[in-house]
Design a protein around this ligand. Sequence first.
Ligand code: FES
Length: 64
Amino acid sequence: MKKNEEKTSVLFLENGPIQVTGTLKISGQYGEKESKDPVYFCRCGGSKNKPYCDGSHRTDGFKG
Ligand code: FES
C-alpha cells in the first residue's frame, strides 16, 4: 500500500446498514461530500434520509 493510501472497508452489519470506513467521496444529484468518518448506507429501504441509514431498520423488521 502506498504511503498516502487509506484502506477502505465495507461491512454489512447484521440486520442493519452497510458501514463504509476510509476516506470517501459521495456524489449525487445534490453535489459531492467527502467523509473520513464511517458512513452508514441504508439497505433495508426504509430510511427517510437515503442513501444514509436513519435507524428505521430497527423498527421495520429488516433481516439481512
Ligand atoms: S438500514 Fe438503517 S434505515 Fe435502512
